[in-house]
Design a protein around this ligand. Structure first.
Ligand SMILES: [Zn+2]
Length: 60
């Protein structure tokens, strides 16, 4: 079989977020974050900022 475009496993996809509190920029995989589905039916990922330990949210 010939691969035309290499797939990316969802759990290894990298997401980026910036902490609104301290400005820390971070990169994390989906399994390092907590998956949250909001009441607005949005899919969000929650991680703890490594610098100030506050919650950082990013869209999926
Ligand atoms: Zn922070």
């Amino acid at each position: 079989m010939r691969v035309i475009r290499q797939g990316v496993l969802p759990e290894t996809t990298l997401y980026r977020a910036t902490c609104k509190h301290c400005g820390c920029e971070m990169e994390f995989t989906r399994k390092e974050a907590e998956y949250v589905s909001s009441v607005m039916n949005e899919s969000l990922l929650k991680v703890a900022c490594p610098t100030c330990h506050r919650e950082v949210w990013t869209d999926l």
